[in-house]
Ligand binder design. Structure first.
Ligand SMILES: [Zn+2]
Length: 124
């Protein structure tokens, strides 16, 4: 096994009002001023809302996997910093996603989180 680089979400936080943004920006979305500073966001959060993509999105930009399209979940993950990140959600069962604790597993091409039960089943 090679050395794995842990994925990180690089956001920003306003030095004046504390508003957290993602992706990182020098400008605060609330103050509309260049008052934001870089902030590495937590890699653990909780599913705030989700839905299941049951048909293949328009391609391009969607890239159909080599073994064909399979439904997948997308949603928002709420982080301790008080921001919700739109992400692909890996899980064993879509029914388990509601309020599920998740961990960041990738940041490219889009943020991707996995449920803790999914991560445990991958280790075995
Ligand atoms: Zn601000």
């Amino acid at each position: 096994m090679g050395e794995q680089v842990k994925p990180r979400l690089e956001g920003s936080r306003c030095a004046v009002c504390g508003t957290v943004g993602y992706p990182a920006s020098a400008n605060c979305a609330r103050c509309a001023a260049p008052t934001a500073e870089p902030l590495t966001l937590s890699t653990k959060g909780m599913v705030w809302a989700h839905t299941v993509q049951r048909f293949a999105p328009k391609s391009p930009p969607y890239v159909v996997p080599a073994d064909g399209f399979t439904p997948y979940a997308v949603g928002y993950v709420e982080l301790p910093e008080g921001i919700r990140i739109e992400a692909v959600l890996d899980c064993d069962d879509f029914a388990d996603l509601d309020r599920a604790p998740v961990r960041l597993v990738a940041v490219t091409p889009v943020p991707r989180f996995a449920t803790l039960s999914r991560l445990q089943s991958e280790v075995r």
